[in-house]
Design a protein around this ligand. Structure first.
Ligand code: PGA
Length: 250
């Protein structure tokens, strides 16, 4: 995990979780309180649970976030939630542009940038996702496609603000397949170079998370890669033992 950037381990519960999940939340909170952790940690539950999970984690070392938001502040957007709603529910992060939203809801880079911009304006940290399909990877164009995607999905931001980027190869999400450490290194280096080119010094400080079947068994290897500044964790964030295994690897 190279440089001086403090890693972020963020759990994306996706459409999972219920009242029973609070046992897992409490277990993570207890582990965090009992250990020295060299990483920021966040849990992004479904919107319906965000307020309760935030309350359960109040004054703990675990932050919370949402999995999506609308770019507008309010209005006739059935089914959506605004940045202020995320904040009111206790969230300090929001995942934007996850491939499951880009693919399932046709979200474009412009849509993602607008959401990230709304998050920044509202004072929460956007976790801006990017990643290539298997077809793109096999065509040899993964780096070009991902770099273009991430640059088009990141809005300009002020020196006092923070954004996070997450590289998640689509073929590695929920499949048990992970990119090799060499492929991850190559991609994260390319993303870093593009962020520095676009944002200068601020680009050098942006956390670039890796996501896609991160689990306790592969976390240490992935997190040791240069320019990998944390992980966005799906399936393995649902169970406290697994999530803790990844946090402690950082
Ligand atoms: P996964 O999901 O860890 O279950 O592969 C990662 C993600 O989609 O954020």
């Amino acid at each position: 995990m190279s440089n001086q950037i403090r890693p972020l381990i963020a759990g994306n519960w996706k459409m999972n979780g219920d009242a029973g999940s609070f046992l897992e939340v409490e277990a993570i909170k207890d582990k965090m309180a009992a250990n020295v952790v060299n990483a920021d940690v966040a849990i992004c539950p479904p919107a319906t649970l965000l307020h309760r999970v935030s309350a359960a984690l109040y004054e703990s070392d675990v932050a919370t976030g949402a999995q999506n938001c609308h770019a507008e502040a309010k209005g006739a957007y059935t089914g959506d939630i605004s940045v202020d709603m995320v904040k009111e529910a206790g969230g300090s992060y929001v995942i934007v542009g996850h491939s499951e939203r880009r693919d399932g809801y046709s979200e474009s880079n412009e849509d993602v940038a607008a959401k990230a911009s709304a998050a920044l304006a509202g004072g929460i940290v956007p976790i801006v996702c990017c990643g290539e399909s298997l077809d793109v990877r096999e065509s040899g164009k993964a780096i070009d496609v991902v770099v273009e995607q991430i640059i088009a999905s990141c809005p300009d931001f002020a020196a006092s603000q923070e954004i996070v980027v997450a590289y998640e190869p689509i073929w590695a999400i929920g499949t048990g397949k992970t990119a090799s450490a060499d492929d991850v290194a190559e991609m994260h280096d390319a993303i870093r170079a593009a962020l520095v080119e676009r944002f200068g010094e601020q680009g050098a400080a942006i956390r670039i998370l890796y996501g896609g079947s991160v689990k306790p068994a592969n976390a240490a290897e992935l997190l040791a890669v240069e320019n990998v500044n944390g992980a966005l964790v799906g399936g393995a964030s649902l169970k406290a033992d697994d999530f803790w295994g990844i946090i402690s690897a950082a």
